[in-house]
Design a protein around this ligand. Structure first.
Ligand SMILES: [Zn+2]
Length: 219
């Protein structure tokens, strides 16, 4: 999805490769503080949650955010955009005002699944359950993240693959992700029977009634 929105050729794919190399260097650490330490990132308090490239690369947190792993990971992703020059390329393409910032925040969201669900965790899940919705649910449980983040992670795992995923409850489509692929509906649409519309899809139903569907190739 990000791929279709960002008009800098190949940027999301290159960023995924960068993230995965960085993750390998940190032994696929997922704990926010341990990860910051492995990258040599300093953390200190300040007036506004933000980052400094440094050296040393620094995360500045408002006092309330000091023990919040979600905020630390988010700010770490801003640093990664600086390290990888993604931020510079986005500013070059869109400026540093609203649109550029919008894409930086999207890239943070994009990176979340890759940090929380590193490659070995994903391999473990797909070795056990194949490339199925059950495997994505397993990844979510192992990483304590949301189903949406786990779905996004699986869909975007390989920049060249054709993959799609969606979450619905009842008739309502709640979220979706596509990579070199497309789906016949959008978030917020009401679809009578997604299972009949997309029979090649792997489905998993959660106890709360939400259903995750994932599909490889063009549905
Ligand atoms: Zn941000």
């Amino acid at each position: 999805m990000l791929k279709d929105m960002v008009h800098v050729e190949g940027l999301p794919g290159r960023y995924i490769q960068f993230l995965q190399q960085l993750q390998a260097l940190a032994d696929h650490e997922t704990h926010a503080l341990a990860l910051s330490e492995k990258y040599g990132v300093k953390i200190r308090t300040g007036e506004r949650n933000s980052v400094l490239l440094g050296p040393p690369s620094t995360i500045i947190l408002e006092p309330w955010a000091l023990n919040n792993p979600e905020i630390i990971i988010h700010e770490l992703h801003h640093l990664m955009q600086k390290w990888s020059t993604v931020e510079a390329q986005l500013i070059n393409a869109y400026g540093d005002a609203e649109e550029g910032i919008h894409f930086m925040e999207l890239f943070c969201k994009f990176a979340e699944g890759f940090t929380k669900i590193p490659e070995p965790m994903m391999k473990k899940a797909t070795a056990r359950f194949g490339h199925t919705a059950r495997a994505v649910r397993h990844m979510q449980q192992l990483s304590f993240t949301t189903l949406n983040v786990a779905m996004f992670r699986w869909v975007h795992a390989h920049p060249g693959a054709e993959r799609a995923g969606f979450i619905f409850k009842g008739k309502g489509i709640q979220d979706l992700a596509v990579c070199n692929s497309s789906l016949p509906f959008w978030v917020g649409d009401r679809v009578a029977e997604p299972q009949i519309l997309l029979p090649q899809t792997s489905y998993f139903k959660l106890p709360d009634g939400r259903v995750l569907g994932i599909v490889e190739g063009s549905p």
